[in-house]
Design a protein around this ligand. Structure first.
Ligand code: GLC
Length: 580
Protein backbone atom coordinates (compact mmCIF):
# COMPACT_ATOMS: atom_id res chain seq x y z
CA UNK A 1 0.00 0.00 0.00
CA UNK A 2 1.48 3.33 -0.93
CA UNK A 3 1.85 5.83 1.91
CA UNK A 4 -0.23 8.36 0.01
CA UNK A 5 -3.31 6.14 0.03
CA UNK A 6 -2.88 4.45 3.36
CA UNK A 7 -5.84 5.11 5.68
CA UNK A 8 -4.53 6.87 8.71
CA UNK A 9 -5.43 5.23 11.99
CA UNK A 10 -5.08 8.56 13.71
CA UNK A 11 -7.80 11.04 14.56
CA UNK A 12 -9.16 12.62 11.39
CA UNK A 13 -7.79 16.08 11.84
CA UNK A 14 -7.03 18.28 8.85
CA UNK A 15 -3.25 18.03 9.02
CA UNK A 16 -3.25 14.26 9.09
CA UNK A 17 -5.43 13.53 6.07
CA UNK A 18 -3.41 11.97 3.26
CA UNK A 19 -4.34 12.75 -0.36
CA UNK A 20 -6.69 10.10 -1.79
CA UNK A 21 -7.21 8.59 1.68
CA UNK A 22 -10.79 7.84 0.62
CA UNK A 23 -9.60 5.22 -1.90
CA UNK A 24 -9.20 2.68 0.88
CA UNK A 25 -12.11 3.97 2.95
CA UNK A 26 -15.62 2.67 3.60
CA UNK A 27 -18.36 5.22 4.26
CA UNK A 28 -21.33 4.62 6.55
CA UNK A 29 -24.45 6.72 5.99
CA UNK A 30 -26.57 7.79 8.95
CA UNK A 31 -30.11 9.05 8.38
CA UNK A 32 -30.41 10.96 11.66
CA UNK A 33 -34.19 10.79 11.93
CA UNK A 34 -34.09 7.01 12.07
CA UNK A 35 -30.81 6.10 13.73
CA UNK A 36 -31.06 6.62 17.49
CA UNK A 37 -33.35 8.80 19.61
CA UNK A 38 -31.79 10.07 22.84
CA UNK A 39 -34.68 12.13 24.19
CA UNK A 40 -37.72 9.94 23.63
CA UNK A 41 -39.55 12.20 21.17
CA UNK A 42 -39.65 9.41 18.59
CA UNK A 43 -37.20 11.12 16.24
CA UNK A 44 -33.51 10.24 16.06
CA UNK A 45 -31.01 12.94 17.03
CA UNK A 46 -27.33 13.82 17.19
CA UNK A 47 -26.69 12.74 20.81
CA UNK A 48 -28.31 9.44 19.81
CA UNK A 49 -25.78 9.04 17.00
CA UNK A 50 -22.88 9.88 19.31
CA UNK A 51 -24.10 7.28 21.79
CA UNK A 52 -23.96 4.61 19.09
CA UNK A 53 -20.58 5.40 17.56
CA UNK A 54 -19.06 2.21 18.93
CA UNK A 55 -21.23 0.32 16.45
CA UNK A 56 -19.44 2.15 13.64
CA UNK A 57 -16.01 1.65 15.21
CA UNK A 58 -16.57 -2.07 15.55
CA UNK A 59 -17.79 -2.25 11.96
CA UNK A 60 -14.51 -0.62 10.98
CA UNK A 61 -15.85 2.17 8.77
CA UNK A 62 -13.69 5.20 8.09
CA UNK A 63 -16.29 7.87 7.41
CA UNK A 64 -19.72 8.81 8.69
CA UNK A 65 -21.91 10.59 6.14
CA UNK A 66 -24.54 12.48 8.05
CA UNK A 67 -27.77 13.17 6.15
CA UNK A 68 -28.96 16.76 6.86
CA UNK A 69 -29.31 17.93 10.45
CA UNK A 70 -29.62 21.65 9.58
CA UNK A 71 -32.52 23.86 10.60
CA UNK A 72 -35.45 22.85 8.45
CA UNK A 73 -39.24 22.94 8.22
CA UNK A 74 -38.85 19.20 7.44
CA UNK A 75 -40.96 19.17 4.31
CA UNK A 76 -38.44 16.69 2.86
CA UNK A 77 -36.98 15.46 6.18
CA UNK A 78 -34.23 18.07 6.27
CA UNK A 79 -33.35 18.29 2.57
CA UNK A 80 -35.18 21.63 2.74
CA UNK A 81 -32.82 23.85 4.71
CA UNK A 82 -33.73 27.18 6.27
CA UNK A 83 -30.39 27.80 8.01
CA UNK A 84 -27.20 26.23 6.71
CA UNK A 85 -25.24 27.21 9.79
CA UNK A 86 -27.35 25.81 12.57
CA UNK A 87 -28.78 22.50 13.72
CA UNK A 88 -32.49 21.84 13.90
CA UNK A 89 -33.68 21.57 17.52
CA UNK A 90 -35.29 18.26 16.60
CA UNK A 91 -31.79 16.86 16.13
CA UNK A 92 -30.01 18.80 18.91
CA UNK A 93 -27.67 21.78 18.83
CA UNK A 94 -24.44 22.94 17.23
CA UNK A 95 -22.70 21.95 20.46
CA UNK A 96 -24.08 18.42 20.01
CA UNK A 97 -22.73 18.38 16.47
CA UNK A 98 -19.31 19.60 17.62
CA UNK A 99 -19.33 16.80 20.17
CA UNK A 100 -20.22 14.26 17.47
CA UNK A 101 -17.40 15.48 15.23
CA UNK A 102 -14.94 15.24 18.12
CA UNK A 103 -16.19 11.79 19.13
CA UNK A 104 -15.82 10.60 15.52
CA UNK A 105 -12.31 11.99 15.27
CA UNK A 106 -11.38 10.34 18.58
CA UNK A 107 -12.24 7.04 16.94
CA UNK A 108 -10.43 7.80 13.68
CA UNK A 109 -13.74 8.25 11.87
CA UNK A 110 -14.18 11.23 9.56
CA UNK A 111 -17.41 13.12 9.16
CA UNK A 112 -19.05 14.05 5.89
CA UNK A 113 -21.77 16.69 5.88
CA UNK A 114 -24.66 16.58 3.43
CA UNK A 115 -24.49 19.70 1.28
CA UNK A 116 -27.88 20.65 -0.15
CA UNK A 117 -27.29 23.72 -2.29
CA UNK A 118 -29.29 23.18 -5.45
CA UNK A 119 -32.20 24.52 -3.41
CA UNK A 120 -33.02 25.96 -0.02
CA UNK A 121 -36.22 25.85 1.98
CA UNK A 122 -38.81 28.48 1.06
CA UNK A 123 -38.40 29.50 4.71
CA UNK A 124 -34.71 30.31 4.26
CA UNK A 125 -34.21 34.09 4.82
CA UNK A 126 -32.65 34.32 1.34
CA UNK A 127 -35.87 33.11 -0.25
CA UNK A 128 -38.12 35.08 2.08
CA UNK A 129 -36.27 38.22 0.99
CA UNK A 130 -36.31 37.12 -2.62
CA UNK A 131 -40.12 37.12 -2.67
CA UNK A 132 -39.92 40.91 -2.93
CA UNK A 133 -39.32 41.71 -6.64
CA UNK A 134 -37.26 44.77 -5.75
CA UNK A 135 -34.99 42.89 -3.35
CA UNK A 136 -31.32 42.35 -4.26
CA UNK A 137 -32.00 38.67 -3.53
CA UNK A 138 -34.70 38.40 -6.24
CA UNK A 139 -32.15 37.01 -8.68
CA UNK A 140 -30.87 34.42 -6.17
CA UNK A 141 -33.72 32.14 -7.29
CA UNK A 142 -35.40 31.39 -10.62
CA UNK A 143 -38.31 33.82 -10.77
CA UNK A 144 -40.16 33.99 -14.09
CA UNK A 145 -43.36 35.63 -15.39
CA UNK A 146 -46.18 33.41 -16.70
CA UNK A 147 -45.84 31.90 -20.18
CA UNK A 148 -46.53 34.65 -22.74
CA UNK A 149 -50.25 34.97 -23.54
CA UNK A 150 -51.27 33.24 -20.30
CA UNK A 151 -52.68 34.73 -17.17
CA UNK A 152 -50.83 33.91 -13.95
CA UNK A 153 -52.48 30.96 -12.22
CA UNK A 154 -54.41 29.76 -15.25
CA UNK A 155 -53.80 26.18 -16.48
CA UNK A 156 -50.59 25.96 -18.50
CA UNK A 157 -49.39 29.42 -17.46
CA UNK A 158 -46.23 28.01 -15.83
CA UNK A 159 -43.09 29.42 -17.47
CA UNK A 160 -42.25 25.96 -18.88
CA UNK A 161 -43.69 22.45 -18.82
CA UNK A 162 -41.34 20.86 -16.28
CA UNK A 163 -42.63 18.36 -13.75
CA UNK A 164 -41.34 18.47 -10.16
CA UNK A 165 -39.74 15.32 -8.75
CA UNK A 166 -42.40 15.17 -6.04
CA UNK A 167 -45.43 15.46 -8.40
CA UNK A 168 -47.11 18.44 -10.09
CA UNK A 169 -45.46 21.29 -11.99
CA UNK A 170 -41.97 22.52 -11.06
CA UNK A 171 -43.29 26.09 -10.73
CA UNK A 172 -45.14 27.75 -7.90
CA UNK A 173 -47.02 31.00 -8.35
CA UNK A 174 -46.37 33.77 -5.86
CA UNK A 175 -49.71 35.62 -5.89
CA UNK A 176 -48.22 38.83 -4.60
CA UNK A 177 -45.80 39.44 -7.47
CA UNK A 178 -47.70 37.42 -10.07
CA UNK A 179 -44.48 35.52 -10.90
CA UNK A 180 -43.52 31.88 -10.54
CA UNK A 181 -40.46 30.37 -8.89
CA UNK A 182 -38.76 27.16 -9.95
CA UNK A 183 -38.67 24.13 -7.65
CA UNK A 184 -37.38 20.86 -9.08
CA UNK A 185 -38.45 19.11 -5.87
CA UNK A 186 -41.27 20.26 -3.55
CA UNK A 187 -42.76 23.76 -3.64
CA UNK A 188 -40.98 24.29 -0.32
CA UNK A 189 -37.60 23.68 -2.02
CA UNK A 190 -37.01 26.63 -4.38
CA UNK A 191 -33.98 26.22 -6.67
CA UNK A 192 -31.06 28.59 -6.13
CA UNK A 193 -29.83 30.50 -9.17
CA UNK A 194 -26.17 29.50 -9.46
CA UNK A 195 -25.73 31.89 -12.40
CA UNK A 196 -25.59 34.63 -9.77
CA UNK A 197 -22.02 34.89 -8.38
CA UNK A 198 -23.31 36.15 -5.02
CA UNK A 199 -25.16 32.87 -4.53
CA UNK A 200 -22.03 30.89 -5.23
CA UNK A 201 -19.91 32.99 -2.87
CA UNK A 202 -22.49 32.65 -0.09
CA UNK A 203 -22.43 28.86 -0.51
CA UNK A 204 -18.61 28.71 -0.48
CA UNK A 205 -18.43 30.88 2.63
CA UNK A 206 -20.85 28.53 4.37
CA UNK A 207 -18.78 25.50 3.30
CA UNK A 208 -15.58 27.09 4.62
CA UNK A 209 -17.34 27.67 7.93
CA UNK A 210 -18.09 23.93 8.19
CA UNK A 211 -14.56 22.98 7.19
CA UNK A 212 -13.24 25.25 9.92
CA UNK A 213 -15.59 23.47 12.34
CA UNK A 214 -13.80 20.22 11.56
CA UNK A 215 -15.84 18.39 8.95
CA UNK A 216 -13.91 16.18 6.56
CA UNK A 217 -15.88 16.56 3.37
CA UNK A 218 -19.27 16.85 1.70
CA UNK A 219 -21.84 14.62 0.08
CA UNK A 220 -23.37 16.98 -2.48
CA UNK A 221 -27.09 16.64 -3.03
CA UNK A 222 -28.21 16.61 -6.72
CA UNK A 223 -25.09 18.61 -7.49
CA UNK A 224 -25.37 18.21 -11.27
CA UNK A 225 -28.58 20.30 -11.14
CA UNK A 226 -26.76 23.48 -10.10
CA UNK A 227 -25.98 24.41 -13.69
CA UNK A 228 -29.14 24.66 -15.77
CA UNK A 229 -29.78 25.72 -19.33
CA UNK A 230 -30.56 29.38 -18.52
CA UNK A 231 -33.25 29.46 -21.23
CA UNK A 232 -35.18 26.84 -19.21
CA UNK A 233 -36.54 25.09 -22.32
CA UNK A 234 -39.66 22.88 -22.30
CA UNK A 235 -38.83 19.20 -21.84
CA UNK A 236 -40.10 16.15 -23.72
CA UNK A 237 -43.44 14.79 -22.51
CA UNK A 238 -43.09 11.04 -21.89
CA UNK A 239 -46.01 8.72 -22.72
CA UNK A 240 -48.58 8.67 -19.94
CA UNK A 241 -47.25 11.90 -18.40
CA UNK A 242 -49.03 15.25 -18.33
CA UNK A 243 -45.89 17.35 -17.85
CA UNK A 244 -42.45 17.54 -19.46
CA UNK A 245 -39.23 16.03 -18.17
CA UNK A 246 -36.99 18.74 -16.71
CA UNK A 247 -33.86 16.65 -17.04
CA UNK A 248 -32.32 17.96 -20.26
CA UNK A 249 -32.76 21.58 -19.23
CA UNK A 250 -32.07 21.37 -15.52
CA UNK A 251 -29.14 18.96 -15.15
CA UNK A 252 -25.52 18.92 -16.35
CA UNK A 253 -25.78 22.47 -17.66
CA UNK A 254 -23.08 24.33 -19.56
CA UNK A 255 -21.38 25.73 -16.42
CA UNK A 256 -21.27 22.58 -14.29
CA UNK A 257 -17.49 22.12 -14.61
CA UNK A 258 -16.88 25.77 -13.97
CA UNK A 259 -19.03 25.79 -10.81
CA UNK A 260 -17.53 22.58 -9.42
CA UNK A 261 -13.96 23.72 -10.05
CA UNK A 262 -14.69 27.13 -8.56
CA UNK A 263 -16.23 25.55 -5.46
CA UNK A 264 -13.27 23.23 -5.09
CA UNK A 265 -10.82 26.11 -5.38
CA UNK A 266 -12.70 28.56 -3.18
CA UNK A 267 -13.25 26.06 -0.37
CA UNK A 268 -9.91 24.33 -0.81
CA UNK A 269 -11.57 20.94 -1.13
CA UNK A 270 -8.74 19.11 -2.91
CA UNK A 271 -6.02 21.19 -1.25
CA UNK A 272 -7.26 20.17 2.17
CA UNK A 273 -7.81 16.53 1.16
CA UNK A 274 -11.50 16.72 1.92
CA UNK A 275 -13.76 14.00 0.52
CA UNK A 276 -16.32 15.07 -2.06
CA UNK A 277 -19.01 12.86 -3.52
CA UNK A 278 -21.57 14.34 -5.86
CA UNK A 279 -25.04 12.88 -6.15
CA UNK A 280 -25.71 13.01 -9.88
CA UNK A 281 -29.03 11.65 -11.10
CA UNK A 282 -28.82 10.75 -14.78
CA UNK A 283 -25.05 11.09 -15.00
CA UNK A 284 -23.28 9.02 -17.62
CA UNK A 285 -19.94 7.25 -17.31
CA UNK A 286 -18.48 9.89 -19.55
CA UNK A 287 -19.62 12.72 -17.28
CA UNK A 288 -18.53 10.90 -14.13
CA UNK A 289 -15.11 10.20 -15.63
CA UNK A 290 -14.77 13.83 -16.52
CA UNK A 291 -15.79 15.39 -13.20
CA UNK A 292 -13.79 12.86 -11.14
CA UNK A 293 -10.65 13.22 -13.26
CA UNK A 294 -8.20 14.23 -10.50
CA UNK A 295 -6.43 16.67 -12.78
CA UNK A 296 -9.63 18.74 -13.12
CA UNK A 297 -10.02 19.21 -9.34
CA UNK A 298 -13.81 19.04 -9.34
CA UNK A 299 -15.10 15.99 -7.38
CA UNK A 300 -13.57 12.80 -5.96
CA UNK A 301 -16.46 10.55 -6.94
CA UNK A 302 -20.13 10.63 -7.90
CA UNK A 303 -23.21 8.60 -7.08
CA UNK A 304 -24.51 7.20 -10.34
CA UNK A 305 -28.19 6.28 -10.63
CA UNK A 306 -27.84 3.88 -13.54
CA UNK A 307 -27.84 0.62 -11.58
CA UNK A 308 -30.75 1.69 -9.39
CA UNK A 309 -32.81 2.69 -12.43
CA UNK A 310 -32.47 -0.66 -14.21
CA UNK A 311 -35.66 -2.07 -12.73
CA UNK A 312 -37.78 0.64 -14.37
CA UNK A 313 -39.79 0.01 -17.54
CA UNK A 314 -38.26 1.75 -20.59
CA UNK A 315 -39.49 5.33 -20.74
CA UNK A 316 -41.20 4.91 -17.35
CA UNK A 317 -40.80 6.59 -13.98
CA UNK A 318 -39.49 4.91 -10.84
CA UNK A 319 -42.91 3.47 -9.99
CA UNK A 320 -43.16 1.54 -13.29
CA UNK A 321 -41.32 -1.50 -12.10
CA UNK A 322 -39.69 -4.02 -14.45
CA UNK A 323 -37.78 -7.25 -13.87
CA UNK A 324 -34.03 -6.90 -13.62
CA UNK A 325 -32.08 -9.78 -15.16
CA UNK A 326 -28.74 -10.36 -13.42
CA UNK A 327 -26.63 -9.94 -16.60
CA UNK A 328 -28.04 -6.44 -17.06
CA UNK A 329 -27.02 -5.45 -13.53
CA UNK A 330 -23.58 -7.06 -13.79
CA UNK A 331 -22.82 -5.46 -17.11
CA UNK A 332 -23.87 -2.06 -15.85
CA UNK A 333 -21.51 -2.18 -12.90
CA UNK A 334 -18.82 -3.58 -15.16
CA UNK A 335 -19.17 -0.68 -17.58
CA UNK A 336 -18.60 1.80 -14.74
CA UNK A 337 -15.58 -0.20 -13.56
CA UNK A 338 -14.06 -0.15 -17.01
CA UNK A 339 -15.05 3.42 -17.75
CA UNK A 340 -13.35 4.75 -14.62
CA UNK A 341 -10.45 2.30 -14.50
CA UNK A 342 -7.66 4.69 -15.46
CA UNK A 343 -9.20 8.10 -14.78
CA UNK A 344 -11.64 9.07 -12.01
CA UNK A 345 -13.04 6.94 -9.21
CA UNK A 346 -16.26 5.03 -8.48
CA UNK A 347 -18.53 5.09 -5.49
CA UNK A 348 -20.23 1.75 -4.77
CA UNK A 349 -23.68 1.44 -3.23
CA UNK A 350 -26.77 -0.75 -3.19
CA UNK A 351 -29.01 1.51 -1.16
CA UNK A 352 -29.37 4.76 0.74
CA UNK A 353 -32.18 6.84 2.29
CA UNK A 354 -33.83 7.23 -1.16
CA UNK A 355 -33.70 3.60 -2.26
CA UNK A 356 -35.37 0.40 -1.10
CA UNK A 357 -33.41 -1.98 1.11
CA UNK A 358 -30.72 -3.87 -0.81
CA UNK A 359 -31.64 -7.32 0.44
CA UNK A 360 -35.31 -6.86 -0.48
CA UNK A 361 -34.53 -5.41 -3.89
CA UNK A 362 -31.50 -7.26 -5.24
CA UNK A 363 -31.46 -10.23 -2.85
CA UNK A 364 -34.11 -12.48 -1.34
CA UNK A 365 -35.49 -11.34 2.00
CA UNK A 366 -37.37 -14.56 2.74
CA UNK A 367 -36.39 -16.26 6.02
CA UNK A 368 -34.44 -18.95 4.13
CA UNK A 369 -32.28 -16.67 2.03
CA UNK A 370 -32.10 -13.27 3.72
CA UNK A 371 -28.80 -13.78 5.51
CA UNK A 372 -26.99 -15.45 2.62
CA UNK A 373 -28.25 -12.99 0.05
CA UNK A 374 -27.35 -9.96 2.19
CA UNK A 375 -23.83 -11.35 2.61
CA UNK A 376 -23.44 -12.24 -1.05
CA UNK A 377 -24.61 -8.82 -2.20
CA UNK A 378 -22.10 -7.26 0.18
CA UNK A 379 -19.26 -9.43 -1.09
CA UNK A 380 -20.03 -8.64 -4.70
CA UNK A 381 -20.28 -4.88 -4.14
CA UNK A 382 -17.25 -4.57 -1.86
CA UNK A 383 -15.11 -6.50 -4.33
CA UNK A 384 -15.65 -3.87 -6.99
CA UNK A 385 -13.07 -1.09 -7.26
CA UNK A 386 -14.23 2.15 -5.68
CA UNK A 387 -15.37 3.48 -2.32
CA UNK A 388 -18.19 1.41 -0.78
CA UNK A 389 -21.08 3.08 1.05
CA UNK A 390 -23.00 1.18 3.73
CA UNK A 391 -26.44 2.55 4.57
CA UNK A 392 -27.51 2.18 8.21
CA UNK A 393 -29.06 -1.23 8.83
CA UNK A 394 -27.70 -2.71 5.59
CA UNK A 395 -25.00 -4.32 7.73
CA UNK A 396 -27.78 -6.13 9.62
CA UNK A 397 -29.63 -7.22 6.50
CA UNK A 398 -32.57 -4.96 7.34
CA UNK A 399 -35.51 -5.38 4.95
CA UNK A 400 -38.19 -3.22 3.32
CA UNK A 401 -40.93 -1.80 5.53
CA UNK A 402 -43.87 -3.91 4.34
CA UNK A 403 -46.46 -1.20 5.05
CA UNK A 404 -50.06 -2.27 4.43
CA UNK A 405 -51.78 1.11 4.29
CA UNK A 406 -51.05 4.53 2.82
CA UNK A 407 -51.47 6.09 6.28
CA UNK A 408 -48.20 4.47 7.37
CA UNK A 409 -46.13 6.33 4.78
CA UNK A 410 -44.52 9.67 5.69
CA UNK A 411 -42.24 10.41 2.72
CA UNK A 412 -43.37 13.40 0.68
CA UNK A 413 -42.52 11.65 -2.60
CA UNK A 414 -44.62 8.57 -1.70
CA UNK A 415 -47.53 10.52 -0.23
CA UNK A 416 -47.69 12.91 -3.22
CA UNK A 417 -47.35 10.07 -5.72
CA UNK A 418 -50.27 8.24 -4.12
CA UNK A 419 -52.45 11.38 -4.18
CA UNK A 420 -51.66 12.23 -7.78
CA UNK A 421 -52.06 8.60 -8.93
CA UNK A 422 -55.48 8.44 -7.27
CA UNK A 423 -56.37 11.76 -8.93
CA UNK A 424 -55.44 10.27 -12.30
CA UNK A 425 -57.59 7.21 -11.59
CA UNK A 426 -54.70 4.69 -11.53
CA UNK A 427 -55.30 1.26 -10.07
CA UNK A 428 -54.96 1.57 -6.30
CA UNK A 429 -53.58 -1.91 -5.78
CA UNK A 430 -50.90 -1.40 -8.40
CA UNK A 431 -49.94 1.93 -6.81
CA UNK A 432 -49.70 0.34 -3.36
CA UNK A 433 -47.57 -2.44 -4.83
CA UNK A 434 -45.17 0.07 -6.34
CA UNK A 435 -44.92 1.87 -3.00
CA UNK A 436 -44.26 -1.41 -1.23
CA UNK A 437 -41.33 -2.05 -3.54
CA UNK A 438 -39.97 1.46 -4.19
CA UNK A 439 -41.03 3.91 -1.47
CA UNK A 440 -38.18 5.78 0.18
CA UNK A 441 -39.76 4.96 3.54
CA UNK A 442 -38.51 1.39 3.07
CA UNK A 443 -35.07 2.65 4.01
CA UNK A 444 -36.27 5.01 6.69
CA UNK A 445 -37.85 2.73 9.29
CA UNK A 446 -35.94 2.99 12.57
CA UNK A 447 -32.59 1.30 13.00
CA UNK A 448 -33.05 -2.06 14.69
CA UNK A 449 -30.76 -2.14 17.70
CA UNK A 450 -32.43 -4.87 19.74
CA UNK A 451 -35.63 -6.89 20.16
CA UNK A 452 -37.35 -4.53 22.61
CA UNK A 453 -40.69 -2.95 21.58
CA UNK A 454 -39.21 0.03 19.71
CA UNK A 455 -36.10 -1.88 18.65
CA UNK A 456 -33.95 0.15 21.07
CA UNK A 457 -34.39 3.14 18.76
CA UNK A 458 -36.55 5.27 21.04
CA UNK A 459 -38.30 5.30 24.37
CA UNK A 460 -41.19 7.13 22.70
CA UNK A 461 -43.47 6.44 19.74
CA UNK A 462 -41.20 6.25 16.64
CA UNK A 463 -42.02 8.75 13.87
CA UNK A 464 -42.19 5.85 11.39
CA UNK A 465 -43.24 2.35 12.44
CA UNK A 466 -40.47 -0.01 13.47
CA UNK A 467 -40.29 -3.12 11.29
CA UNK A 468 -41.85 -6.01 13.25
CA UNK A 469 -38.95 -8.21 12.19
CA UNK A 470 -36.71 -6.31 14.63
CA UNK A 471 -37.44 -9.15 17.07
CA UNK A 472 -34.90 -11.24 15.16
CA UNK A 473 -33.12 -8.75 12.83
CA UNK A 474 -31.23 -6.45 15.18
CA UNK A 475 -27.72 -5.34 16.09
CA UNK A 476 -27.66 -7.09 19.48
CA UNK A 477 -28.54 -10.45 17.93
CA UNK A 478 -25.99 -9.88 15.16
CA UNK A 479 -23.26 -9.10 17.69
CA UNK A 480 -23.87 -12.42 19.39
CA UNK A 481 -23.71 -14.43 16.16
CA UNK A 482 -20.33 -14.98 14.49
CA UNK A 483 -22.13 -15.92 11.26
CA UNK A 484 -24.25 -12.76 11.14
CA UNK A 485 -24.50 -10.34 8.23
CA UNK A 486 -22.78 -7.84 10.52
CA UNK A 487 -19.80 -10.14 11.03
CA UNK A 488 -19.57 -10.54 7.27
CA UNK A 489 -19.50 -6.78 6.69
CA UNK A 490 -16.78 -6.41 9.31
CA UNK A 491 -14.69 -9.01 7.54
CA UNK A 492 -15.15 -7.32 4.16
CA UNK A 493 -14.22 -3.91 5.51
CA UNK A 494 -11.15 -5.33 7.24
CA UNK A 495 -10.07 -6.99 3.99
CA UNK A 496 -10.28 -3.70 2.11
CA UNK A 497 -8.05 -2.09 4.70
CA UNK A 498 -5.60 -4.97 4.64
CA UNK A 499 -5.31 -5.96 0.99
CA UNK A 500 -4.36 -3.40 -1.66
CA UNK A 501 -5.85 -5.75 -4.28
CA UNK A 502 -9.32 -5.02 -2.85
CA UNK A 503 -8.99 -1.26 -3.00
CA UNK A 504 -6.71 -0.85 -6.00
CA UNK A 505 -6.75 -4.06 -8.05
CA UNK A 506 -7.83 -4.21 -11.67
CA UNK A 507 -11.35 -5.47 -12.21
CA UNK A 508 -12.55 -8.18 -14.58
CA UNK A 509 -16.01 -9.72 -14.88
CA UNK A 510 -16.21 -13.37 -15.94
CA UNK A 511 -19.33 -15.12 -17.28
CA UNK A 512 -21.08 -11.78 -17.95
CA UNK A 513 -24.14 -13.47 -19.46
CA UNK A 514 -24.66 -16.09 -16.78
CA UNK A 515 -28.03 -15.40 -15.23
CA UNK A 516 -27.16 -16.66 -11.73
CA UNK A 517 -23.43 -16.40 -11.22
CA UNK A 518 -21.55 -13.18 -10.49
CA UNK A 519 -17.85 -13.88 -10.97
CA UNK A 520 -15.20 -11.22 -10.49
CA UNK A 521 -11.41 -11.35 -10.69
CA UNK A 522 -9.30 -8.63 -9.09
CA UNK A 523 -5.60 -8.38 -9.84
CA UNK A 524 -2.86 -6.27 -8.27
CA UNK A 525 0.72 -7.25 -8.97
CA UNK A 526 0.95 -10.91 -7.97
CA UNK A 527 -2.20 -10.78 -5.90
CA UNK A 528 -5.35 -12.18 -7.39
CA UNK A 529 -8.79 -12.60 -5.89
CA UNK A 530 -11.85 -14.35 -7.26
CA UNK A 531 -15.45 -13.79 -6.22
CA UNK A 532 -17.68 -16.75 -7.02
CA UNK A 533 -21.25 -15.83 -6.15
CA UNK A 534 -24.60 -17.44 -6.79
CA UNK A 535 -27.01 -14.51 -6.97
CA UNK A 536 -30.20 -16.54 -7.11
CA UNK A 537 -32.47 -18.53 -4.83
CA UNK A 538 -31.77 -21.76 -6.73
CA UNK A 539 -28.60 -23.84 -6.56
CA UNK A 540 -26.16 -23.69 -9.45
CA UNK A 541 -23.12 -25.52 -10.76
CA UNK A 542 -20.34 -23.23 -11.85
CA UNK A 543 -18.67 -24.23 -15.15
CA UNK A 544 -15.09 -25.29 -14.26
CA UNK A 545 -13.85 -24.77 -17.80
CA UNK A 546 -14.72 -21.09 -17.73
CA UNK A 547 -13.16 -20.32 -14.35
CA UNK A 548 -9.57 -20.01 -13.17
CA UNK A 549 -8.16 -23.13 -11.54
CA UNK A 550 -9.29 -23.15 -7.93
CA UNK A 551 -7.01 -25.95 -6.81
CA UNK A 552 -4.96 -24.65 -3.93
CA UNK A 553 -6.89 -21.40 -3.74
CA UNK A 554 -7.62 -20.26 -0.21
CA UNK A 555 -11.12 -19.15 0.81
CA UNK A 556 -10.90 -15.74 2.50
CA UNK A 557 -14.59 -15.25 3.17
CA UNK A 558 -17.67 -17.38 2.54
CA UNK A 559 -21.38 -17.39 3.18
CA UNK A 560 -21.20 -21.10 4.04
CA UNK A 561 -17.82 -21.72 5.70
CA UNK A 562 -16.33 -25.15 5.26
CA UNK A 563 -17.94 -25.86 1.88
CA UNK A 564 -15.98 -25.90 -1.34
CA UNK A 565 -16.40 -27.06 -4.92
CA UNK A 566 -18.37 -25.71 -7.83
CA UNK A 567 -21.86 -26.65 -6.72
CA UNK A 568 -23.24 -23.59 -5.00
CA UNK A 569 -26.25 -23.41 -2.73
CA UNK A 570 -28.79 -20.58 -3.19
CA UNK A 571 -27.01 -17.26 -2.57
CA UNK A 572 -23.80 -19.03 -1.64
CA UNK A 573 -20.65 -17.05 -2.35
CA UNK A 574 -16.94 -17.34 -1.72
CA UNK A 575 -14.01 -15.01 -2.00
CA UNK A 576 -10.86 -16.90 -3.02
CA UNK A 577 -7.24 -15.87 -2.88
CA UNK A 578 -5.78 -17.28 -6.10
CA UNK A 579 -2.13 -18.16 -6.20
CA UNK A 580 -0.52 -16.69 -9.32
C1 GLC B 1 -31.57 14.08 -3.08
C2 GLC B 1 -31.77 13.51 -1.70
C3 GLC B 1 -33.23 13.27 -1.48
C4 GLC B 1 -33.93 14.61 -1.58
C5 GLC B 1 -33.61 15.33 -2.88
C6 GLC B 1 -33.98 16.77 -2.80
O1 GLC B 1 -31.92 13.19 -4.07
O2 GLC B 1 -31.02 12.35 -1.54
O3 GLC B 1 -33.51 12.65 -0.26
O4 GLC B 1 -35.31 14.42 -1.47
O5 GLC B 1 -32.25 15.28 -3.20
O6 GLC B 1 -33.13 17.43 -1.92
Amino acid sequence: MSPSTSPTSVPGSTELRAPDWWKTAVVYQVYPRSFADSDGDGVGDIPGITSRLDHLSRLGVDVLWLSPVYTSPMDDNGYDISDYQDVDPLFGSLADLDALIAACHDRGIRLLMDLVVNHTSDEHPWFVESRDPSSPKRDWYWWRPPRPGHEAGSPGAEPNNWAAAFSGPAWQLDEKSGEYYLHLFSAKQPDLNWENPEVRQAVYAMMRWWVDRGVDGFRMDVINFISKDPTLPDGPVLPGQALGSPFAGSANGPRLDEFLAEMNREVGLTDRHLLTVGEMPGSTIELARHVTDASRRELDMVFTFEHVDLDVKPGGVKWDIADLPLPVLKRNLQSWQLGLADVGWNSLYWNNHDQPRAVSRFGDDSPEHRVSSAKTLATVLHLHRGTPYVYQGEELGMTNADFGSIEQYRDIESVNYYASAMGLGLDREAVMRSLLIKSRDNARTPMQWDDSPNAGFSAGEPWLPVNPNHTFINAAAAEADPQSVLAHYRALIALRHKLPVVSEGDFALLLPDHDQLWVIVRTHGDDRLLVLANCASQPVSAPAAELPDLAGARVLLATHPGRDGLDLLPWESRLYNLAR
